[in-house]
Design a protein around this ligand. Structure first.
Ligand code: SAM
Length: 297
């Protein structure tokens, strides 16, 4: 598969952390007020992963610069949890850009850059040096699937997979040497990503660009797809507090809450299958946003 790599530049943000700027779209990948602060506040703290033990199952729309991934991996390691991180991105950033970006990350996060680089390289094997193109390059997401013969592509050579496979079938995969951090990248639009998560994700990071740039990622259809992939006690976090976004979440069957945003944002939105999961936040009226949804959609 030949991936369309976005043309990006590195930018320093308000809290001293670094992020990316998409030259063609004219948008930042993370808040200019503070890339790491936003990632931690909205997604990690918003989804309350640190209060869990065992395995953390995360589903992300928008891998981008991998900042959320680095943060989550470092926190899982610090908490003694293991991480299954599934992320979707139809335009993965080139691994060399990630390497440059992640050099600015705190030391405890940097080791996980190798995994981010590995999966984004697999999204376009033509960029991999020949000796690194292992037959494992396209491992299907087998965690929850019973028959490895049905689901593993490991008997295909990478070149064969690169030229023959339907892009929507491709899943890039990497794991830490310790096996505690596992990363799957689906290099495809979210509509094409077949993600095996029968027990649902504990955290959904809804992190595309804004609705002006990525309208297809902010409608009730996208949130309904996420509703199918969330655990009963899971939390979806989004940086948006727009009422049309909240209406779309309610139309998709979510209960909502809000809390203060990071610097530069008054509020963010949290969603779950039931209000009881969100009791630590300020709950929002489902009825109010249902009325809004009726008026809008
Ligand atoms: C705001 S950036 C993600 C930032 C990232 N989570 C991080 O921590 O660095 C948005 C990403 O979403 C991806 N994206 C946007 N719309 C998408 C869609 N419909 N399907 C798949 N990926 C999408 C873009 O390619 C972009 O890389």
């Amino acid at each position: 598969m030949k991936t369309k790599r976005p043309l990006v530049g590195l930018v320093e943000t308000g809290d001293g952390s670094w992020s990316l700027y998409h030259e063609e779209l004219g948008v930042h990948y993370r808040s200019q007020h503070g890339a790491f602060t936003e990632s931690r506040h909205v997604f990690l703290e918003g989804c309350r992963l640190a209060s869990r033990g065992g395995v953390w199952r995360v589903l992300e729309l928008g891998f981008g610069g991998g900042i959320n991934f680095l943060h989550t991996a470092a926190m899982a390691r610090a908490c003694g949890a293991s991480l299954e991180y599934r992320t979707i991105d139809w335009a993965p950033v080139a691994p060399a850009i990630l390497q440059a970006l992640h050099q600015h990350a705190p030391p405890e996060m940097r080791p996980f850059s190798a995994l981010a680089q590995e999966v984004t390289a697999q999204a376009d094997p033509s960029e991999l040096p020949a000796h690194t193109r292992s037959p494992q390059t396209y491992a299907s997401d087998t965690t929850t699937q019973a028959d490895p013969l049905q689901t593993h592509h490991s008997d295909l050579s990478t070149d064969h997979a690169a030229t023959q496979a339907d892009p929507s079938d491709l899943i890039a995969y990497a794991e830490s040497p310790q096996g505690d951090i596992r990363l799957w990248l689906y290099p495809t639009p979210w509509q094409n990503a077949a993600i095996p998560l029968p027990s649902g994700a504990h955290a959904i990071y809804h992190d595309p660009f804004g609705p002006r740039v990525n309208p297809e990622a902010w409608g009730a259809d996208c949130f309904a797809w996420m509703r199918q992939h969330i655990a009963d006690d899971g939390i979806l976090a989004t940086y948006s507090a727009a009422s049309h976004v909240r209406a779309a979440l309610v139309a998709a069957g979510f209960a909502l809450a809000t809390t203060a945003g990071p610097v530069g944002k008054r509020e963010i939105t949290l969603a779950a299958v039931d209000h009881s999961v969100l009791s630590m936040y300020t709950l929002l009226s489902t009825e109010r946003y249902r009325q809004k949804a009726l008026a809008l959609f």
